[in-house]
Design a binder for this molecule. Structure first.
Ligand SMILES: C[S@@+](CC[C@H](N)C(=O)[O-])C[C@H]1O[C@@H](n2cnc3c(N)ncnc32)[C@H](O)[C@@H]1O
Length: 249
C-alpha cells in the first residue's frame, strides 16, 4: 500500500444509475447543487471539475464557464460525460496525485464527493493549488468525520472511531476516508489557500428524516441550514470556497 493507492476504481461501474438513479438521493443531489450555485464564480474562463465522474453537476457550471473540462480516473465515467454533454465538455483522464495539467491552467475548479477516496490530502491539495492561477477559485467538498450521528455512536460506544481526533479516519468496511474539518482547514492554509466561505451541506442526510418530512421540505430547510450551521461543521459534507491569493503572503 502506498499513500497514493487508487482506492476507488469506477471503471466498469455505472455510478450514475446505481448510486444516483436507483437510490433515493434527490435530496443529496439538490443539497450539492445549492452549495455549488452559491460558491462557484458566476463567470469562469477555464474551469475543471476534478474527479467529476460523469459530469453529474455539469448543468451548474456549463452556463458559467467559457471552457469546461471533466477530469477523472475512470474512462467509463468520462465516456458517459461525453455522451451526455458532447462538445460542450472536454474530458481528461488521469490520477489526482499528478494532475495532467499545466501550472496555473485554470481560473476555477471544483472537487465534489471525492475526498473520501483519497488517503493523502496534502498532495491532493498541492496539486489543486498548482493548476489554479493566482486569484483563482477552488470549491472543495470534504467528507466530514465529525458528524452528529458519528459523535452519538462514539459516545454510546457503538464505534471506537473518535470523531474529535484531528487525524483522518479510515472506514474499513466502506474503504473510505473521512476528515476532521480542522485538519483539512490547516492543510488548506499551509498550502497558501485563503478560505473565503464555508457551508454545511447535506445536513439532513437520513432515510428517517426523508420519510418523516419528505424530500421537498428537507431541501427547503437545507437552504438556510447551509449557512446557519456552517460555524459548527457537523454535516457530512463541508464545502469550502478557497482562493489562491494573487500575491504570496
Ligand atoms: C463519488 S464519485 C464523485 C463524482 C462527482 N464529483 C459527483 O459528485 O458526482 C468519485 C469520483 O472520484 C474518481 N476517482 C477516484 N479515485 C481517483 C483518482 N485517484 N484520481 C482521479 N479520480 C479519482 C472516481 O472515478 C469517481 O468518478
Amino acid at each position: 500500500m502506498t499513500n497514493h493507492d487508487i482506492v476507488a476504481d469506477y471503471n466498469g461501474y455505472d455510478y450514475k444509475k446505481i448510486f444516483w438513479e436507483d437510490a433515493d438521493r434527490k435530496y443529496e443531489d439538490a443539497a450539492d447543487r445549492l452549495a455549488i450555485k452559491r460558491l462557484l464564480p458566476k463567470k469562469m474562463k477555464n474551469f475543471v471539475d476534478i474527479a467529476g465522474g460523469y459530469g453529474r453537476l455539469a448543468d451548474e457550471y456549463l452556463p458559467r464557464a467559457k471552457k469546461s473540462t471533466v477530469f477523472d480516473y475512470s474512462k467509463t465515467e468520462l465516456k458517459q460525460a461525453k455522451e451526455l454533454y458532447g462538445d460542450k465538455i472536454q474530458t481528461k483522464a488521469g490520477d489526482i496525485y499528478s494532475l495532467p495539467f499545466k501550472d496555473e491552467e485554470f481560473d476555477a475548479l471544483m472537487m465534489i464527493r471525492a475526498t473520501h477516496h483519497f488517503k493523502d490530502m496534502k498532495t491532493v491539495i498541492s496539486e489543486l493549488y498548482r493548476v489554479l492561477e493566482p486569484g483563482g477559485i477552488a470549491v472543495i467538498e470534504v467528507a466530514n468525520k465529525k458528524t452528529l450521528p458519528r459523535i452519538f455512536r462514539y459516545w454510546t460506544k457503538k464505534t471506537d472511531v473518535n470523531p474529535f481526533k484531528k487525524s483522518q479516519s479510515y472506514l474499513k468496511d466502506l474503504n473510505m476516508y473521512n476528515y476532521h474539518p480542522k485538519y483539512i482547514e490547516n492543510l488548506f492554509k499551509k498550502q497558501g489557500f485563503k478560505i473565503k466561505k464555508v457551508l454545511s451541506v447535506s445536513n439532513f442526510r437520513s432515510a428517517k428524516l426523508k420519510k418523516l418530512f419528505g424530500t421537498k421540505n428537507l431541501i427547503k430547510l437545507e437552504k438556510s441550514a447551509q449557512t446557519l450551521l456552517a460555524p459548527v461543521r457537523f454535516a457530512p459534507s463541508i464545502y469550502y470556497q478557497l482562493e489562491k491569493p494573487k500575491f504570496e503572503e
